[in-house]
Design a protein around this ligand. Structure first.
Ligand SMILES: Cc1cc2nc3c(=O)[nH]c(=O)nc-3n(C[C@H](O)[C@H](O)[C@H](O)COP(=O)(O)OP(=O)(O)OC[C@H]3O[C@@H](n4cnc5c(N)ncnc54)[C@H](O)[C@@H]3O)c2cc1C
Length: 263
């Protein structure tokens, strides 16, 4: 059955109204939700913010090992240490290696550009950081729906984004509803923020619908109703420099970039 046929037979979907719907409970989506709640509280107003996360819990779909610059966290929660943020291991040194088939040569740190100096950063489990952020978001009154993937962008008659619909559950491999079938639900919002990470499938739909990549350039219109997380994702390094960040804990997460082997 097509989605249209399912809707015709089992619809209409239940709809919930929010001020803001955030698609994706990663660092970007959660930081957005937290900041909105903080700003509303500072103005003495109440806004309803919901985060949809397709993983079984926030952090479940987060690649964990990361070197984290705490600059954004300092802005979001200046007291993150007291709040127990899981940034426990500061970087204690950097080693930058130029590799070849037979060995490696160390590049003196003084020749490295600033972006390769990691002092002041932390080696973290990003999954743990995300779980902690989700707790802080909930403490501020953000609703988090784990296990719900936004499957469809909904549009108003004027073409603006109305919200999203979650996917139907209990569809068999043959595309037919099973006995566990559950119709997806609609989440309508004044603002819908797409924070589904790099190459999200709703982001691709939005880029196509609003022609954001006309002329080969990704354009994000200003104005309400649409936000897109512009995350390039995994960079493909063609060069053979291996930065290694030292911590007191020997760990594979200490290697911050994977590089293509020399040809
Ligand atoms: C291999 C690798 C190593 C990295 N190393 C580092 C590092 O050392 N230091 C560093 O600072 N950064 C690092 N990054 C980058 C960092 O992981 C990202 O910048 C960061 O995770 C981006 O956060 P985000 O919230 O935008 O997206 P994501 O972390 O991708 O989160 C998106 C969330 O949205 C959810 N989602 C997606 N689609 C939907 C949907 N339709 N409905 C509901 N939920 C949805 C996903 O399950 C996910 O939880 C690395 C990235 C990779 C891939």
């Amino acid at each position: 059955m097509t989605n249209q046929e399912i809707l015709a037979q089992f619809g209409p979907r239940e709809a919930m109204e929010y001020d803001v719907v955030v698609v994706g409970g990663g660092p970007g989506g959660l930081a957005t939700a937290i900041r909105l709640k903080q700003l509303a509280a500072a103005k003495g107003t109440e806004i309803s913010v919901v985060v949809l996360e397709k993983g079984s819990e926030p952090g479940a779909h987060t690649l964990s090992g990361a070197i984290m610059d705490p600059i954004a966290l300092n802005e979001l929660f200046p007291n993150w240490k007291e709040l127990g943020a899981p940034l426990n291991q500061p970087v204690t040194g950097d080693i930058f290696l130029m590799t070849s088939e037979t060995g490696a040569t160390r590049t003196p740190n003084m020749l490295l550009p600033a972006c390769f100096h990691n002092h002041g950063n932390y080696i973290v489990s990003l999954g743990a950081v995300v779980r902690w952020m989700a707790q802080q978001a909930e403490n501020l009154g953000v609703e988090i729906f784990p296990g719900f993937a936004a499957a469809e962008v909904l549009y108003n008659d004027d073409g603006s984004v109305k919200g999203v619909a979650t996917g139907n559950l209990g569809i068999g491999k043959d595309g037919e509803p099973t006995e566990n079938f559950q119709l997806g639900m609609e989440l309508h919002a004044k603002y819908t923020i797409f924070a589904e990470g790099s190459r999200g499938h709703l982001g691709k739909q939005l880029i196509a619908n609003f022609k954001l990549d006309a002329d080969g350039m990704l354009r994000v219109p200003t104005g309400p109703g649409l936000g897109i997380n512009l995350n390039a994702g995994l960079a493909s390094y063609e060069w053979h420099l291996v930065p290694i960040v030292l911590s007191e804990i020997p760990s594979t997460s200490a290697i911050s970039c994977c590089v293509n082997p020399p040809k």
